[in-house]
Design a protein around this ligand. Structure first.
Ligand code: 3HC
Length: 314
């Protein structure tokens, strides 16, 4: 067997691929692409919710939201570290994000206009993220799979706190109920787009399934998401903004309407409501944080020199 065949046999027999193992260059590139874009999504994803930390309705809500946003930062750092094991540097990945070359999840290019958006993001966006990320705990690349275990535990808290925000609003005043439904209306379809294009229009899915980077296809995970949300929405007494959403007894799944793929590709290509604002915010934060990186690097260098001096003296 040649190296490719040995590699594929390892994947087929569920042997984890580790950083020092031989891997096809295209496998490496696919992982760098997916993991770095996943990391970018976590970091950019902090911005829409960060917008509401100073305006949370109670101290408790503020504390929960701060904890969630802080978690997302940690998820990003985990994932950047996993991507670095494949040979790309942190600086390269950050430069790809800031130049607009790298993608991040389109969902984060929508504005958060009311407090109910914090609930809709937790329930729908983190809910979709969990659907897509739990299988990634079994992805064939070791560092990615191991990083996802901790991330998924925290995502569950994110999803529950979001659903609870909506549940409280759904039992509140007429204005609160209207705010709850409005947020679900605005976040439902962009959340459906988080799973990526339809399988027959996805250039990466087939190969990613063969390499067990993905365990399920985009459409399979999207369908699971719809089936779960179509039941959970009943507890809220609200509606999912899709008149085609209907239980299909034969398929034992919910049928749902057409996703606006023109909107999807428009946002992915940088023309969403908040794309420019998000990237500007990331570039500004990176520039303003340069002194922290310089200080940390200077300290590390000093430590290294001190350790060297001690080892020479010893
Ligand atoms: N937003 C932006 N770009 C998207 C996208 C989305 N929602 N869905 C797909 N794309 C891009 C892909 O990156 C790919 O472009 P590329 O080849 O230039 O990278 C192209 O559209 C075609 O899509 P494919 O389905 O062929 O691409 P993938 O096989 O990579 O599947 C994916 C896309 C399902 C997002 C997959 O990359 C994945 O599972 N990534 C890991 C999970 C992830 O990144 N989730 C994003 C959200 S993270 C999050 O929500 C944080 C939480 O805390 C809130």
């Amino acid at each position: 067997m040649n190296q490719e065949e040995i590699f594929q046999q390892k994947v087929d027999t569920e042997v984890r691929i580790e950083p020092k193992d031989w891997m096809p260059d295209k496998y490496r590139q696919t992982l760098i692409r997916q993991i770095s874009q996943h990391a970018h999504s976590e970091i950019v994803g902090m911005l829409p919710e960060g917008n509401w930390i100073s305006r949370a309705p109670t101290l408790q809500r503020k504390a929960i939201l701060i904890a969630k946003v802080q978690d997302e930062a940690g998820h990003g750092l985990y994932l950047y570290s996993a991507a670095e094991t494949l040979g790309i540097s942190r600086d390269e990945m950050i430069a790809q994000l800031h130049s607009g070359k790298a993608k991040y999840s389109s969902i984060f290019n929508y504005p958060t206009t009311t407090w109910a958006d914090m609930g809709a993001i937790g329930w729908l966006v983190d809910g979709a993220a969990i659907m897509n990320q739990v299988p990634l705990c079994r992805t064939s690349y070791g560092p990615y799979a191991r990083g996802m275990v901790r991330i998924c535990k925290e995502e569950s808290f994110h999803q529950r706190q979001g659903f609870e925000i909506l549940l409280v609003l759904s039992k509140g005043t007429d204005e609160q109920k209207a705010m709850c439904q409005d947020a679900i209306n605005r976040w439902w379809w962009p959340s459906m787009m988080m799973f990526g294009p339809k399988d027959d229009e996805s250039p990466n899915t087939q190969q990613s399934m063969k390499w067990k980077v993905k365990r399920f296809t985009n459409d399979e995970l999207r369908q699971r998401f719809v089936d779960i949300c179509a039941e959970q929405i009943k507890i809220l007494g609200m509606n999912i903004p899709d008149s085609d959403l209907k239980w299909n007894a034969e398929k034992k799944h919910y049928d749902f309407g057409q996703i606006n793929w023109e909107e999807f590709w428009n946002v992915v290509s940088g023309n969403g409501p908040c794309n420019k604002e998000r990237l500007d915010a990331r570039v500004k934060a990176h520039e303003e944080g340069a002194w922290v990186r310089e200080a940390a690097n200077a300290f590390a260098e000093k430590q290294k020199q001190r350790a060297h001096k001690n080892s020479v003296a010893a």
